[in-house]
Design a protein around this ligand. Structure first.
Ligand SMILES: Cc1cc2nc3c(=O)[nH]c(=O)nc-3n(C[C@H](O)[C@H](O)[C@H](O)COP(=O)(O)O)c2cc1C
Length: 163
């Protein structure tokens, strides 16, 4: 995706994962594949993202969108030119159409700041929100080993040759 020497690429993942650490597990798998750093939105100075060749933004999906902290961060970012980003999420239900909608709010904010969105990834995550806690939750054990392998594979495709 870039002509830069992949071994010198600077990659950051900005994540918020509070429900069951589901998205944090996905982020760890991606970070390993990309040799990326991980920060939470509160650790990010809006101007600092331009130092990175690629920034991934990920969280659970809450009420149909990424976590508010990521949307607020995107609102604060300065306009950029030629910067690349990718999106990821975990949620109760994952299918093409729903994921595209779940990612819409963050995607739109980042695009309006000039980011090129170079990929999007989603997988299921354990959900014990609301009445689900009484039945032990939905998507037990997710993300599982297969989900994390898919996350790694997706990440490698974004920056071939980093490992
Ligand atoms: C308050 C709340 C709202 C949620 N809303 C949605 C939703 O709109 N759509 C969905 O598919 N999953 C929804 N979920 C499920 C989470 O997206 C899912 O459990 C996710 O993996 C949590 O990620 P985390 O552990 O990284 O925070 C919701 C969970 C919570 C706690």
């Amino acid at each position: 995706m870039t002509s830069k020497d992949p071994h010198s690429m600077r990659i950051l993942l900005v994540i918020r994962s509070y429900h069951h650490n589901n998205t944090a597990k996905v982020a760890d798998a991606m970070a390993k594949a990309l040799r990326a750093s991980i920060k939470v939105p509160e650790q990010v100075l809006p101007g600092e993202l331009e130092q990175y060749d690629l920034v991934g933004f990920g969280s659970g999906i809450y009420d149909g969108m990424h976590h508010r902290a990521l949307l607020d961060l995107a609102d604060k970012l300065p306009k950029v030119k030629g910067s690349k980003a990718f999106l990821f999420s975990t949620s109760a239900m994952v299918n093409g159409d729903k994921v595209a909608k779940d990612h819409l709010a963050l995607r739109g904010r980042l695009r309006s700041k000039g980011y090129e969105i170079v990929g999007e990834f989603a997988c299921k995550g354990l959900n014990t929100n609301s009445f689900l806690k009484y039945v032990g939750g939905l998507n037990k054990g997710r993300p599982n080993a297969e989900d994390l392998a898919h996350a790694e594979e997706f990440a490698r495709g974004l920056a071939p040759g980093v490992l």
